[in-house]
Design a protein around this ligand. Structure first.
Ligand SMILES: Cc1cc2nc3c(=O)[nH]c(=O)nc-3n(C[C@H](O)[C@H](O)[C@H](O)COP(=O)(O)OP(=O)(O)OC[C@H]3O[C@@H](n4cnc5c(N)ncnc54)[C@H](O)[C@@H]3O)c2cc1C
Length: 425
């Protein structure tokens, strides 16, 4: 019995239930789809991932490769579009594929394609390792998932406690399959010219499971910044105003259960307050958008969104250029868009403002905005990105359909102009 473990959104060895199950096989290969196709937005070609996101991804893969090699498990990395997965299945008589149950359809389709192409009969074993709560443990079925976050939150936080995370496997597999790991491509092999990290970046962090735990250790235990999270989370400048765990969660370097368990340990040994609760509250937002994707499937990618609501959307290429280049009439929006372009990351406050400005002030096709974020963000996560964009654009789960007054927001969150000065000078 030989197996392949698909590691997309699962770049870790700790709290990896699928890895533990798959290690019961005789032979095991870990496999990653690297998506390097270009995407078009507003008649313009963009790399599928920005330099910053690709760098984080490759660092995470490098770290995983080392951690898997200790367990005697090779890691194969293939570019999307190759038929290598089906070939591996046949060559190594694979009978089981393991992967998370992907909340959106892209990865799902790649695996289905490989299953169809392979001559061997395959079992596909999936779980919800990227969630706090497995779907079957929710106090309602998916079709009854509330369309308002607060209703969902009250239901789940009252009844459910996430399960304890699992330790990393210790004993290497006596792997029956002799196969070499893929050498990781360099950024230059993938067409990226050398780019350095901007010294102003709020997200200069390295990718990988080990780096994820270092970041968590710093934010929770070394600085105890978690104890003030709710008070600082609307910040715009610096390293510690929020947890900066999003990219580690998006690539699956850390599991949400691990972060939850660390919050609980912090609460019992340092302090339990509104701030510590609020990080859990944000993990519930992440969870909510994943569940929304399971429920509404590809509707989150459609212009009418999950509300199936039609608006008149403009499609002005010149406005798009101005928006992504930080050259609109709004200096707060401009500062954030320049930060996004220069670093691949902006805070939640900045994301809400630039997205609302694009969709509600300029009234432009929100899909262009979401696709630009998808290409640019280090922490891109399909459910979180498209769910938030639907929400901000009036076609998602915001019961109040709010519009941000960006100048008022600038006065509140950047009263001394520090943020705008940092990025506009
Ligand atoms: C238009 C728009 C697009 C976004 N796109 C993404 C995306 O592609 N990937 C992504 O991870 N987040 C996205 N977010 C949510 C949020 O902005 C980021 O998760 C957060 O800023 C990341 O910083 P942090 O890790 O320091 O978050 P913290 O404030 O420390 O929060 C802790 C964790 O909770 C989760 N979280 C927090 N807020 C949200 C939220 N609103 N929705 C979903 N999860 C949340 C994240 O996993 C985050 O790491 C988007 C928000 C908006 C408004």
């Amino acid at each position: 019995m030989n197996s392949i473990l698909i590691v997309n959104q699962l770049l870790r060895v700790k709290d990896n239930t699928l890895l533990i199950k798959a290690m019961k096989s005789k032979g095991l290969i870990a496999y990653y789809f690297l998506d390097h196709q270009q995407k078009e937005i507003a008649s313009k070609a963009f790399p599928n991932k920005s330099f910053f996101a690709r760098k984080f991804e490759l660092e995470s893969l490098h770290n995983l490769k080392i951690n898997l090699e200790r367990l005697n498990i090779p890691l194969i990395i293939d570019q999307v579009g190759s038929d290598h997965l089906a070939t591996l299945v046949d060559r190594y008589s694979i009978d089981s594929l393991y992967s998370i149950d992907f909340a959106t359809s892209d990865e799902q389709r790649l695996i289905e394609k490989a299953i169809k192409k392979a001559k061997t009969d395959l079992m596909w074993i999936k779980d919800h390792s990227d969630l706090l709560y497995p779907l079957q443990k929710l106090p309602f079925n998916l079709q009854e998932l509330p369309e308002v976050f607060t209703v969902f939150r009250k239901k789940v936080e009252k009844y459910n406690i996430p399960e304890k995370p699992l330790a990393a496997p210790e004993r290497p597999l006596s792997n029956a399959l002799i196969i070499d790991s893929t050498s990781l491509p360099a950024l230059s092999d993938l067409g990226y010219s050398n780019s350095t990290i901007d010294s102003r970046s709020a997200h200069p962090f390295k990718g990988g499971e080990d780096a994820g735990w270092e970041r968590l250790d710093h934010y929770f235990w070394q600085t105890e910044a978690l104890a003030k999270y709710k008070q600082t989370r609307n910040g715009l400048i610096g390293l510690d105003f929020s947890s900066k765990l999003s990219a580690y969660l998006a690539f699956g370097c850390l599991s949400p259960r691990s972060v939850y368990t660390e919050i609980k340990e912090f609460e019992s040994s340092v302090i339990a307050n509104q701030d510590t609760y609020w990080l859990f509250f944000e993990l519930l937002w992440r969870e909510y958008f994943k569940l929304i994707s399971f429920k509404h499937k590809d509707r989150i990618f459609k212009i009418e969104g999950i509300l199936n609501r039609s608006y008149e959307w403009g499609e002005n290429n010149a406005l798009f250029e101005k928006w992504i280049g930080g050259k609109t009439k709004d200096d707060f929006v401009n500062a954030a868009m320049i930060e996004l372009k220069s670093t691949g990351w902006i805070s939640n406050r900045a994301r809400q403002n630039v997205a609302s400005y694009w969709a509600k002030n300029l009234k432009q096709n929100w899909i262009w905005g979401a696709r630009y974020f998808e290409a640019q963000l280090i922490d891109y996560d399909a459910s979180a990105n498209w769910g938030n964009w639907c929400y901000v654009s009036g076609v998602g789960n915001d019961p109040r359909d709010r519009k941000f007054n960006t100048q008022r927001q600038a006065e509140m969150y950047d009263p001394n102009n520090d943020y705008r000065r940092l990025w506009l000078q």
